[in-house]
Design a protein around this ligand. Sequence first.
Ligand SMILES: Nc1ncnc2c1ncn2[C@@H]1O[C@H](COP(=O)(O)OP(=O)(O)OP(=O)(O)O)[C@@H](O)[C@H]1O
Ligand SMILES: [Mg+2]
Length: 245
Amino acid sequence: MEPLVVVDHVNKHFGQLHVLKDVTTTVGRGEVVVVIGPSGSGKSTLCRAINRLETIDDGVISIDGTQLPDEGAALAKLRADVGMVFQSFNLFAHKTVLENVTLGQIKVRGRSKAEAEKRAMELLDRVGVGDQASKMPSQLSGGQQQRVAIARALAMDPKVMLLDEPTSALDPEMITEVLDVMVQLAKDGMTMVVVTHEMGFARKAADRVVFMAEGQIVEESTPEEFFTAPKSDRARDFLSKILTH
Ligand SMILES: Nc1ncnc2c1ncn2[C@@H]1O[C@H](COP(=O)(O)OP(=O)(O)OP(=O)(O)O)[C@@H](O)[C@H]1O
Ligand SMILES: [Mg+2]
């Protein structure tokens, strides 16, 4: 498997708190990795470090063979290769849905407005919200907004998509519509790192589950192995808690 995201002996502190402890893992091109673990275990920090929204203390993170630069144009370029979707949609509130999906393409990818709009409409149709293009984000349901956020990230033609609890802020009836889009994306061969407790998604789409606890990767296995026969006590304990909900 060709490595696309390499995380090599990464450490990160917030003050005295050691939040990433010698984290090492590789995501192959086309691979779908689900990151799971208790609150505060460092899942979001790991995602943010991969996108360089957080600095790291030591270790190396590289995307497609290029080490994450510290700043400047090189960083902006590399960041554009990493699509990020957050729990809280983060759409530009004062721009239409269409503008949300065209802005980055024009500013960062240097596309013409016409070109960007064509691509945006393709993607909005693909995630099932093409008919919402002229609306403002606040006029959309949470599920629709999150699908726009996914389209916006895809519009940059990222090499990898990071999704940090993309369905956690959604009402139950909207979770499925977002998960369906994610499953399709996975089937289309997108490289994905997804922080989620949605085991249906993990079973359907993940190649690998990474279980984190207290800043460490405790276990990495197939979804089947992880959910039926977790190796560590910590994973067993965690699963027993989420399964009883
Ligand atoms: N900006 C920050 N400053 C200080 N501490 C932080 C900061 N961001 C996160 N932390 C701490 O780092 C640890 C890891 O946080 P992180 O958000 O990565 O966990 P998580 O696994 O994503 O948790 P959750 O499931 O609740 O989203 C936590 O103890 C958190 O309180
Ligand atoms: Mg988090």
